[in-house]
Design a protein around this ligand. Structure first.
Ligand code: CMP
Length: 140
């Protein structure tokens, strides 16, 4: 399996509870390497654009409000089949469905405040990485 990259967000519910290190440790323990990282406060334009694929969903406005409610940490992660590896360690979107030991089972508060985002495909990973990072900000 090839070494690939994925995009991750540590969401406002996790930064608010000072869990940036705990979440990053879980990612690293799973075999992922942080090759870019920055703490930002997303603008409405960034959140709306990033989640544009969900624009017609009933939770879109609440999701954008939540993602701009506090700081987030956007990261590029590298590892063997990074998209799948990251999704495995994140656990199911809804923490009620997340497996034991996953980040969302350990830390998420709700389906909205679910502590982390991770890309769902290599194609979307490339798009999402480019949304937040310049190539020179990624140091593998
Ligand atoms: P994320 O991986 O960031 O992608 C879209 C987000 O929408 C998802 O995680 C959830 O946090 C959020 N969300 C809020 N409500 C729902 C819902 N009912 N179904 C799916 N996702 C939801």
């Amino acid at each position: 399996m090839a070494v690939t990259r994925t995009f991750s967000i540590i969401k406002p519910d996790a930064t608010r509870r000072n869990l940036t290190g705990a979440v990053t440790k879980a990612l690293e323990d799973a075999g992922l390497r942080v090759v870019a990282s920055k703490r930002i406060h997303m603008t409405n334009e960034q959140a709306g654009g990033f989640y544009a694929v969900h624009k017609e969903r009933p939770f879109y406005n609440d999701l954008c409000a939540f993602m701009t409610s506090g700081p987030v940490v956007v990261q590029v992660l590298e590892g063997e089949d990074a998209v799948k590896l990251n999704r495995d360690v994140m656990g199911a979107t809804n923490p009620a469905d997340a497996a034991e030991g996953t980040i969302r089972k350990l830390f998420a508060e709700s389906i909205e405040a679910n502590s982390v985002h991770g890309s769902d495909s290599d194609e979307n990973a490339a798009i999402e990485i480019a949304f937040f990072f310049k190539p020179e900000e990624i140091v593998g």
